[in-house]
Design a binder for this molecule. Structure first.
Ligand SMILES: Nc1nc2c(ncn2[C@@H]2O[C@H](COP(=O)(O)OP(=O)(O)OP(=O)(O)O)[C@@H](O)[C@H]2O)c(=O)[nH]1
Ligand SMILES: [Mg+2]
Length: 181
C-alpha cells in the first residue's frame, strides 16, 4: 500500500528540515535517497520514500513530497492524487501573515484539483518552537487549525516532532487509503 503525503507551508518554515530529519533517523533499508528541490538538476520539490511496517507482513510505503517556495511551478503536479497534507507553520513572529497566506494558497490549489479541504487529512505542525520569541501556539492554532485537527509542535532541525507528525498523518490517511485499495 502506498500513501502520498505533501508537506507545504511558507518559505523557510522547515519542510526540507522535516524530510532531512526523517531520512537521518530511519534505517537505510527502510528509506529511499532524499531528493532536495533544485539539487543536482533534480525536480523542484523534495522527495523521500519510507517503508514502514504497519502489521505483520504488511508494509506501508509513505511517499513524502515537500514543496519549495522557490519552485512554485512544481506546485501543480505535486498536488495531484495526494492522500494527506502536512502544513509546516513557521513560529517566527514576522511570519504570521506568511503562514496564513501559504495555507490559503494551499487550500486554493487543493480545491482546483477537486479536493474538499474539510475532508482531506491534514496535520498542522508548529515548527521552530525553539525560537525564544516564537509566536504562542494558541495564536498559531487559532490562525491555522481546523476544528479537531492534530497539531504537533516541532523543532525539525533537532528531529523533535517530525516522527510524531508523520505518525499523526499516517493515522489519518491509512483508513482512507486502505478503503480505496
Ligand atoms: N531554529 C530552527 N531552525 C529551523 C527549524 N527548522 C528549520 N530551520 C532552519 O530554517 C531554515 C529553512 O529550513 P528549510 O527546511 O530549508 O525550509 P523549507 O520550508 O524547506 O524552505 P523552502 O524550501 O525554501 O520553501 C534552515 O536554515 C533550517 O536550518 C527549527 O525547528 N528551528
Ligand atoms: Mg525546502
Amino acid at each position: 500500500m502506498t500513501c502520498k503525503i505533501v508537506y507545504c507551508g511558507p518559505a523557510l518554515s522547515g519542510k526540507t528540515a522535516n524530510l532531512q530529519a526523517l531520512h537521518h533517523h530511519t534505517a537505510a533499508h527502510q528509506r529511499s535517497a532524499l531528493l532536495v528541490a533544485g539539487e543536482h538538476g533534480g525536480p523542484g520539490f523534495d522527495f523521500l520514500q519510507l517503508e514502514v511496517g504497519v502489521a505483520r507482513g504488511l508494509t506501508l510505503s509513505l511517499q513524502l513530497y515537500a514543496l519549495s517556495e522557490r519552485y512554485p511551478t512544481f506546485l501543480q503536479p505535486v498536488f495531484r492524487q495526494l492522500d494527506g497534507l502536512v502544513f509546516v507553520a513557521d513560529s517566527h513572529p514576522e511570519r504570521a501573515a506568511a503562514n496564513r497566506e501559504a495555507l490559503a494558497s494551499a487550500i486554493t490549489q487543493l480545491q482546483k484539483h477537486g479536493y474538499r479541504w474539510e475532508h482531506l487529512p491534514c496535520v498542522l505542525q508548529l515548527n521552530q518552537r525553539d525560537l525564544p520569541n516564537a509566536i504562542a501556539s494558541e495564536v498559531l492554532i487559532a490562525d491555522l487549525a481546523r476544528p479537531g485537527q492534530p497539531v504537533v509542535p516541532a523543532v525539525a532541525t533537532q528531529g523533535i516532532g517530525v516522527f510524531e507528525t508523520l505518525r499523526e498523518i499516517a493515522r489519518l490517511v491509512l483508513p482512507q487509503a486502505a478503503h480505496s485499495g
